[in-house]
Design a protein around this ligand. Structure first.
Ligand code: ADP
Ligand code: ASP
Ligand code: MG
Length: 442
């Protein structure tokens, strides 16, 4: 069985929903995971923020505007009268709930409930579109099987059991449609897998049902060798290994939610990235095989904080690093990059929730300097640290202010820490010198 996931742009208009319908209308059983229509989750976040700020009339106005947009889309999408009535009734009930939320006390649960509406709307509308075509479709609510545990990890046993039960109840179905992103927490409250989480939903489902392949359909022809939002002339990579893709996704390649690769890597299910707007393009196949040599792709992750911790004693005392790491562990704060010298250690974090408390504890035996607004630029490839082209990297970066370099932590990754204001220039320079054969080193 295949699992397909279509992102916001892929279901973002009537025309694109019809493209998706064509793509999945092939023989064989499949599960189709959908995001909210593009822009909707952002709208819902804005509504929730207005409610939090007690700007109730602005929130109501935004809800009404979004409701009108959905009414217009349904008119174009569904022509069969009875089906259109069904869809309109559903949409009206969703928007009534949103209007009711204006008068409710604000809470995290209210926020997550508001955010869940985008995927609920898109999947209901898309299922109706398939029914209109006479396809045999079942709409499964992700809230009936997708759950995370107390450590925010997918509750795989629960997911598998409940998903199989639901699928068996509608065994004659060819196409199961369900929501990405949304799930329940260990208490049974509505939550989500973080922004962009529909990719993760798809691979969690793929692993749960032992899918033959998980396909992530988006608005670009696969994983590119650099971030196309910041760099021109990037190109799609036809193959990546799980490790390479996981590293790039973790370090900011927006095409995949950071956790997406984990569920399929452990059970060796291929992950394919495809373009809904150009279905014939090869896309990227992600498997356990590694191809090629040298730097294959570059990604960048913003929102990084660098912390320099200097021992107050002149020499790096025995046990200093242990004390440092224990503090980060106690506050459940992951460290991304680390470099050390005789008397100091520099490291980076992206979660600053407990930074004040961590700093206070560190200051009992060290001096601490903090730099915000940093970005990690991550270069990934097979054995790149040994590749003869890699040294040119250091020449390229002679004009960029690099705060830290992690080289040799693994054979397949080099990470550079730069000011976020220098990120664009760093990515563009690297693109030119690493991937453009015609570029001449200065
Ligand atoms: P979807 O809504 O389908 O999940 P996303 O916007 O989350 O789509 O992801 C696709 C976008 O990711 C692309 O349009 C592109 O701008 C961005 N992106 C960032 N880095 C990369 C990369 N290395 N390769 C491809 N796309 C990337
Ligand atoms: N709709 C959610 C978001 O915008 C999840 C997703 O698109 O993957 O973040
Ligand atoms: Mg996405």
């Amino acid at each position: 069985m295949l699992v397909y996931k279509f992102g916001g742009t892929s279901v973002g208009s009537v025309v694109n929903m019809n493209h998706v319908k064509e793509i999945i209308n092939t023989p064989g059983k499949k599960i189709v995971v959908l995001s909210a229509m593009s822009g909707t989750t952002n709208n819902l976040v804005e509504i929730s923020e207005l409610l939090k700020a007690k700007q109730l009339s602005s929130a109501t106005a935004q809800i009404q505007q979004l409701h009108l947009n959905y009414n217009t889309i349904v008119k174009d999408l569904i022509q069969v009268k009875a089906l259109r009535l069904e869809v309109n009734t559903y949409i009206n009930s969703v928007f009534s709930e949103l209007v009711e939320s204006v008068n409710q006390p604000y809470s995290v649960l209210l926020h997550n409930t508001i955010l869940s509406k985008g995927e609920l709307l898109s999947t209901f509308m898309f299922s109706a579109l398939l029914q209109q075509e006479g396809l045999n479709v079942a709409l499964l609510s992700a809230l009936d099987f997708m759950r995370i545990d107390r450590t925010n990890e997918p509750d795989n046993f629960y997911i598998k059991q409940n998903l199989e039960r639901l699928m068996n109840e509608t065994a004659a179905t060819d196409i199961y449609v369900t929501q990405g992103f949304i799930c329940l927490d260990a208490e049974g409250d509505i939550t989500n897998l973080q922004r962009g989480g529909s990719d993760y939903t798809a691979t969690i489902i793929g692993a749960a049902i032992g899918a033959d392949e998980v396909q992530i359909w988006t608005d670009i022809d696969g994983f590119h060798n650099n971030d196309p939002r910041y760099v021109n002339d990037t190109r799609a990579l036809s193959n990546l290994s799980y490790d390479e893709a996981a590293e790039l996704a973790y370090f900011g390649a927006k095409i995949l939610h950071p956790q997406t690769v984990m569920p399929v890597r452990s059970v060796d299910i291929p992950l394919r990235l495809k373009n809904t707007m150009a279905p014939d393009a090869h896309g990227t196949l992600i498997t356990n095989k590694t191809y090629g040599e040298g730097i294959k792709a570059i990604a960048a992750k913003d929102g990084i904080t660098a912390i320099k911790i200097k021992s107050v004693r002149m020499l790096l005392a025995h046990g200093f690093l242990k004390r440092v790491f224990e503090i980060f562990e106690r506050y459940e704060t992951a460290i991304d990059m680390i470099t050390t010298s005789e008397i100091a250690v520099s490291l980076t974090v992206d979660n600053t929730l407990h930074l004040t408390a961590i700093t206070e504890e560190l200051e009992q035996f060290a001096t601490v300097e903090i730099d915000n607004y940093m970005s990690i630029v991550c270069l990934v490839g097979n054995h790149i640290i040994y590749h003869p082209d890699t040294p040119q990297l250091f020449q390229v970066l002679q004009d960029v202010n690099v705060r830290m370099i992690a080289y040799g932590g693994s054979n397949n990754n080099i990470s550079l820490l730069v000011n976020t204001s220098d990120k664009l220039e760093t990515l563009q320079k690297l693109q030119r010198y690493v991937f453009d054969d015609t570029a001449i080193l200065a």
